[in-house]
Design a protein around this ligand. Structure first.
Ligand code: 5RP
Length: 337
C-alpha cells in the first residue's frame, strides 16, 4: 500500500499576488522596497480589487512619456495579468538615486547607440529601464529608424521592457558571438578594471550569454556601485546560478574554494522557498571577501568548473562604464588596456 501524501500549504500569504511573478517589470518592480525607475512605482499597498491609482509626478505632473504610457498599458489588469490586481500603482517622484541611474543610462545611450544599429542587447534591472526609455526617444532625437533595429532581452523583465517600449524583440538563440552591435546592462558592483558583479536580479546567465554575443558591453549604474575590489560593497555575495539538484554539492565545493558565506537565495515574502531563475535554476549568493581585480577571472574559471554550476555573476569584459551621480551628471570609465 502506498502511504497517503500530505499537501502542505505554503507560508507567506497564499492569496496574495507573489511579487516575484512580476519580478523586474518595466514598471521597475525590482526588489520589494526598491525605488522604481521611470517614475513608476508599484506598491503592495492596495488590496485585491483595488484600482490602479496612477499619477505622474516624475516630470512635474506632466503627461507620462510614451514609454511610460505603453508600460502602464501593459500593466493594466486583464486576464493575463490578474496577479497585479492586488497591488496599487502610482507614478512616484523620481528619487536622487533614480536620477543618477537615469543620468548614466541616458549618457551611455547617447554616446554608444550606433546610428546604424541592427541588433542591440538589453540587460536587466532598474537602470536599463532608463536606457530603453532613452532608446525610444532616439527616433525623434536623432532620426534613427528603430523599426530597423532588433532588441535581444536578457530575461523576462527585459523582454517585457522591450515589448512595452514598442521595439522589435528577438531571442538570443537567433544570434552568436559578435552578432550584437552592443549590449547595455546594469551591474551590482564594478571595480577599477571594469570587472563587475551582476545577478542581483537573478538574470546573470542570460546577461552573460547576451553580453558575450555583443561586440561592446556597456555598463550603466549609479556611482554607489563603484569600488576598488569586487565584494567590498556588494557583500551579499557573487550570485552563482546552479542546477537545483546540485546545490548542496556546489555549496560544499564553494566552501573549499574559500567562500566565506553562502546563501541559497530565497523568494522572501514574494515566494516560499528559493528564487527560481528564468532558466529554472537556483542562485547561491556566495561571499568570497574582497576580490583582487587580477583574481576575478581565475575565480570565475574555478567556479565554472564545478559540476552543477550554470554561470557566475563575475563579468570581466565590460568595455565602458557610466556612473550616474545624484546631481544628474554621469562619468565614464573605459576598460584599462
Ligand atoms: O545583474 C542584474 C540583474 O541580474 C542587474 O543588472 C543588476 O542587479 C543591477 O540592477 P539595478 O540596475 O537594478 O541596480
Amino acid at each position: 500500500m502506498y502511504g497517503r501524501a500530505l499537501g502542505l500549504g505554503q507560508g507567506g500569504g497564499g492569496a496574495r499576488a507573489p511579487l516575484s511573478r512580476i519580478g523586474r517589470t518595466p514598471a521597475g518592480l525590482v526588489r520589494p522596497g526598491a525605488c522604481a525607475a521611470s517614475g513608476l512605482v508599484v506598491s503592495r499597498a492596495g488590496g485585491c480589487g483595488e484600482g490602479l491609482g496612477v499619477k505622474d509626478v516624475s516630470s512635474g505632473g506632466k503627461r507620462p512619456s510614451s514609454i511610460q504610457r505603453s508600460l502602464l498599458h501593459r500593466l493594466r489588469p486583464g486576464p493575463s495579468c490578474v496577479f497585479i490586481r492586488s497591488m496599487s500603482l502610482r507614478l512616484g517622484e523620481i528619487s536622487l538615486v533614480e536620477k543618477a541611474k537615469r543620468a548614466a543610462a541616458y549618457k551611455a545611450v547617447d554616446e554608444h547607440f550606433p546610428a546604424d544599429a541592427k541588433v542591440v542587447g538589453i540587460g536587466s534591472g532598474s537602470t536599463v529601464i532608463y536606457a530603453v526609455e532613452r532608446i525610444a526617444q532616439l527616433a525623434e532625437l536623432r532620426g534613427i529608424d528603430l523599426s530597423k533595429v532588433t532588441f535581444v532581452p536578457t530575461g523576462f523583465q527585459s523582454k517585457q521592457l522591450i515589448i512595452g517600449a514598442g521595439l522589435n524583440v528577438a531571442s538570443i538563440d537567433q544570434f552568436s558571438v559578435g552578432d550584437l552591435d552592443i549590449v547595455i546592462d546594469g551591474a551590482d558592483e564594478v571595480d577599477d578594471s571594469l570587472n563587475c558583479i551582476k545577478g542581483g536580479g537573478a538574470c546573470l546567465f542570460q546577461e552573460k550569454l547576451v553580453g558575450q554575443c555583443a561586440r561592446k558591453f556597456v555598463i550603466v549604474a549609479d556611482s554607489s556601485k563603484k569600488s576598488h575590489k569586487l565584494g567590498s560593497k556588494w557583500i551579499q555575495g557573487v550570485p552563482i546560478e546552479v542546477i537545483p539538484m546540485a546545490y548542496p554539492k556546489v555549496e560544499a565545493d564553494l566552501l573549499r574554494l574559500g567562500a566565506k558565506q553562502i546563501t541559497l537565495r530565497q523568494g522572501g515574502k514574494a515566494k516560499a522557498g528559493p528564487v527560481v531563475t528564468d532558466n529554472g535554476n537556483f542562485i547561491l549568493d556566495t561571499h568570497f571577501g574582497s576580490i583582487e581585480p587580477s583574481e576575478v577571472r581565475n575565480l570565475d574559471i574555478k567556479i565554472k568548473l564545478l559540476v552543477g554550476v550554470v554561470e557566475t555573476g563575475l563579468f570581466d569584459y565590460g568595455a565602458v562604464a557610466y556612473f550616474g551621480e545624484t546631481d544628474g551628471t554621469a562619468s565614464t570609465f573605459t576598460r584599462p588596456e
